[in-house]
Ligand binder design. Structure first.
Ligand SMILES: Nc1ncnc2c1ncn2[C@@H]1O[C@H](COP(=O)(O)OP(=O)(O)OP(=O)(O)O)[C@@H](O)[C@H]1O
Ligand SMILES: [Mg+2]
Length: 251
């Protein structure tokens, strides 16, 4: 099962992804967790010790050079377009319980269609992970679907768009659906987060009526406190955790 999580900034993608990953692991599933958001720290939310010391793949200059035969940071020139990546999930992941986690990191944008060694390696890695790994894959992404393309779209079982009660979150969800449609990714589902009551739930249902809703997570101070204290949202009792655990049973 391959799941990708997207949504507007700050809606709770990382919180939801972390709850999902830990719930799957608690069910005894092997999980490959991919932190594809350069600005986020999924490892910390999952509860991996020393999360901030994990070097993102995009910054592993020697490895990228060895695999692509080109210096990272260069644009143009000749390098391998199909670098070997199949060993990376096992050798370069951080571990917790049944979870292997990889932090992809960011690639500096060099204009549309930029092809540089880093981006080529990351694209090859994500393609391999989506097409060939046999664990459950959960990818925490930005407000887009950057690393996915036509080749991988059909292997993604669900693109889960996290939304909160708010116009911009709805607009971003519409944009993500559009991007997904362009690569032929049709399996889209929505999770409502930061729900304060029936009105919030109704708002989302009204504006995203044609979407499949996987569930609604309540707004909870405990989740913010967990974030401030640097503990995984899974390691504090919350209703959201219970909802996600139920969701996992349904998936
Ligand atoms: N259900 C909730 N109730 C209250 N606070 C929440 C809830 N879900 C997430 N938060 C809080 O909202 C903030 C943003 O959450 P999170 O980092 O998961 O969002 P994100 O979408 O991954 O953000 P980014 O776009 O920056 O990666 C955090 O402080 C988190 O604790
Ligand atoms: Mg995040």
């Amino acid at each position: 099962m391959k799941l990708a999580v997207s949504g507007k900034g700050g809606v709770g993608k990382t919180t939801f992804s972390a709850l999902l990953i830990r719930s799957l692991s608690a069910e005894g599933r092997r999980v490959l967790a991919i932190d594809a958001d350069p600005d986020a720290n999924l490892a910390a939310a999952v509860g991996i010790e020393g999360a901030d010391r994990i070097t993102p793949i995009a910054e592993m200059k020697e490895m990228i050079f060895e695999r692509t035969e080109a210096q990272p940071g260069t644009i143009g020139g000749f390098f391998k377009l199909n670098p070997k990546v199949d060993d990376l999930p096992d050798t370069l992941s951080a571990r917790l319980e049944n979870i292997k986690l990889m932090r992809l990191g960011g690639v500096k944008k060099g204009g549309a269609g930029c092809i540089c060694p880093e981006s080529t390696l990351l694209r090859a890695l994500v393609t391999h992970i989506v097409l060939a790994r046999d664990e459950v894959v959960v990818m925490d992404m930005e407000a887009g679907i950057e690393h996915l393309g036509r080749a991988t779209a059909s292997a993604v079982d669900r693109l889960i768009v996290v939304v909160e009660p708010g116009r911009r979150s709805i607009d971003t969800a519409a944009h993500i659906r559009q991007l997904a449609g362009q690569i032929g990714l049709e399996q889209i589902a929505v999770v409502g987060n930061k729900i304060r009551g029936p009105k919030d739930e109704a708002f989302l249902k009204t504006h995203l009526g044609d979407c499949e809703f996987l569930g609604f997570l309540p707004y909870e101070d405990r989740l913010i406190e967990a974030d401030l204290e640097g503990i995984s949202p899974f390691d504090t009792e919350s209703e959201a955790k219970a909802v996600v655990r139920q969701m996992v049973a349904g998936l």
